[in-house]
Ligand binder design. Structure first.
Ligand code: ZN
Length: 212
């Protein structure tokens, strides 16, 4: 099975906001413990809306990462969750919306081409069988295989389950008898706003930042 990692030539490093507000685990986050041990893991993975210093919504991250950004003084809480987590000496209200202290320039049309962003764009849905999977059970598929000149671009990379990836092999979707769920497009700010709204439907505290 192929584990495809996009690495287009001349690609700029991920946008600052992606490195600052990605949901990647951080050792610093492990200091926190939720008061109710049972929900600890899920609470730390709850989505948090990230606003620019200007209150413009720019990203979604996880509670764990948001709290690290707050500890580092990079962001401050704008809206709080009803739950708390406890570290050795303190209890912390969990943020639901955070805002970056310093303004970051976010390019209008481009987001970093990364595995995380492609899975986000495709909503963790295998673009061939249409089923939703956890990120760990998805890979990236080159629609036109690299062996056939297919490139690592937004338009040629899609979320794909391992089963479909294996059975497609080094063939085009047509050759393999597969049909793409959607034509892959670049991930624009418009796409991410739509996703934020989708996620935000669960959290009333996000509304005033997203629904205007
Ligand atoms: Zn599939």
């Amino acid at each position: 099975m192929r584990q495809d990692t996009p690495n287009p030539r001349g690609h700029r490093p991920p946008a600052a906001v992606d490195s600052a507000a990605s949901s990647s685990d951080s050792p610093a986050g492990s200091r926190f413990h939720n008061s109710s041990g049972t929900r600890r893991g899920s609470l730390m993975q709850e989505p948090v809306l990230v606003l620019n210093a200007t209150y413009e919504p720019i990203n979604v991250t996880a509670v764990r990462r948001a709290m690290v950004l707050m500890l580092k003084g990079v962001a401050q809480a704008e809206e709080l969750h009803s739950s708390e987590v406890h570290s050795a000496a303190h209890s912390h209200r969990v943020p639901s919306v955070i805002r970056l202290i310093a303004y970051r320039h976010i390019p209008q049309q481009s987001r970093a081409l990364s595995r995380k962003n492609i899975l986000l764009r495709d909503r963790n849905t295998c673009q061939f069988c249409g089923r939703v999977f956890p990120s760990s059970e998805l890979t990236l598929d080159h629609v036109v295989p690299r062996s056939r000149g297919g490139r690592s671009t937004w338009e040629n990379l899609v979320a794909c389950c391992y089963r479909c990836n294996n059975s497609k092999g080094d063939r085009t979707p047509e050759e393999a008898g597969f049909k793409l769920a959607r034509r892959p497009r670049p991930f624009t700010l418009h796409t991410s706003r739509q996703l934020m709204r989708l996620i935000g439907h669960r959290d009333e505290r996000w509304r005033k930042y997203l629904f205007y």
